[in-house]
Design a protein around this ligand. Sequence first.
Ligand SMILES: [Ca+2]
Ligand SMILES: [Ca+2]
Length: 120
Amino acid sequence: MRNVTAVLFAFSVGLFIMITEGAAQFNGCWVKVFESGNFRGDRDLIPGGRRYRNMRNLPNSRKGDWGDEIGSLIMGPRATGTFYEDENFSDNRMSALRGQRWNRLGNFDDQIDSMIINCH
Ligand SMILES: [Ca+2]
Ligand SMILES: [Ca+2]
């Protein structure tokens, strides 16, 4: 029983760290982008308060080009986002609210090519 409790505790701590991961960075104003759905694959934490006309060489990113790559995303607790299907804020768009976790992007899967991330 004690072992079960310890495992549950470790799991809870792990979950908590996962959820709060990155929350304090960039004053909570960021978007975390993932290459695949369900928060899998390559990932980067991109600072907000900026307009990104395209997805190449984003700050704090290890991936050279996120264009047509994003499969899921998490909004920071102080960030909202507008995401566009094409570069230069054109074509279809979708909006994400503070703290939202989108485990899949539907029609926008592998389609996002520009974004505006506002801080609040
Ligand atoms: Ca992808
Ligand atoms: Ca696109």
